[in-house]
Design a protein around this ligand. Structure first.
Ligand code: PRP
Ligand code: URA
Length: 209
């Protein structure tokens, strides 16, 4: 489907399998989330605009391509999306970072907003929204709604594991954004957790529960 990109590189698949393992501890889990975000970012950013600039090599002056336009914005959905930020920043260290704080109500599974701040001018930047988990899609749709309401236009959403239900909901609500997925899982369970998934991403990254 147009604008849905499943990044099935063997290195990404291998690391996702390690994430799924319930015996993977907090330290290793965090490192894996960051590494996967970096590998996914490498693919997801292949269409960043370039412009030729003049550079003097030790031999001669030449025109050579560099990233063009306003700096990239990385926007994690709190909390778990935070774990992916450094992976993207290792590729684009000058990127700006916004934050969207959402938590899912345990009963209704609906997202609730508690903090949002975006770098400006947001309308001129490529925006990469990060969240390891796309489950019902409620959080991702609310985050993209917020970014668009504030003028964001060039938006990419990056998740490590998606459920078919969430992927369909997000694509339907925002068909214009590119959605990058590390692995498409089977389904949601009654508690709206992804199966087989990896459990609660925020708790596993931050060692809470
Ligand atoms: C998790 C996850 C996503 C959301 C996905 O966050 O990181 O943001 O659930 O579910 P959805 O697609 O059904 O909206 P959670 O609300 O548990 O907050 P946390 O990251 O602070 O733990
Ligand atoms: N949020 C998570 O962290 N994990 C899931 O499986 C679903 C939502």
């Amino acid at each position: 489907m147009e604008n849905i990109i499943i990044l099935d590189h063997p290195l990404i698949q291998h690391k996702i399998s390690m994430l799924r393992d319930k015996n993977t501890g907090t330290n290793e889990f965090r490192a894996l989330i960051e590494e996967i975000a970096m590998l996914m970012g490498y693919e997801a950013l292949r269409d960043l605009p370039l412009e030729d600039v003049e550079v003097e090599t030790p031999i001669e002056a030449c025109m050579t391509p560099m990233l063009a336009g306003k700096k990239l914005a990385v926007v994690p959905i709190l909390r778990a999306g935070l774990g992916m930020v450094n992976g993207i920043l290792s590729l684009v260290p000058s990127a700006k970072v916004g934050h969207i704080g959402l938590y899912r109500d345990e009963v209704t599974h609906e997202p609730h907003e508690y903090f949002c701040k975006l770098p400006s001018p947001i309308e001129l930047r490529t925006i990469v929204v990060t969240d390891p988990m796309l489950a019902t899609g409620g959080s991702a749709v609310a985050a993209i709604d917020f970014i668009k309401k504030h003028g964001g236009k060039h938006i990419k959403f990056m998740c490590i594991i998606a459920a078919p239900e969430g992927l369909e909901r997000l694509h339907k609500a925002h068909p214009d954004i590119q959605i990058y997925v590390g692995h498409l899982d089977r389904c949601l369970n009654d508690a709206a957790y992804i199966c087989p998934g990896l459990g609660d991403a925020g708790d596993r990254i931050f060692g809470t529960k």
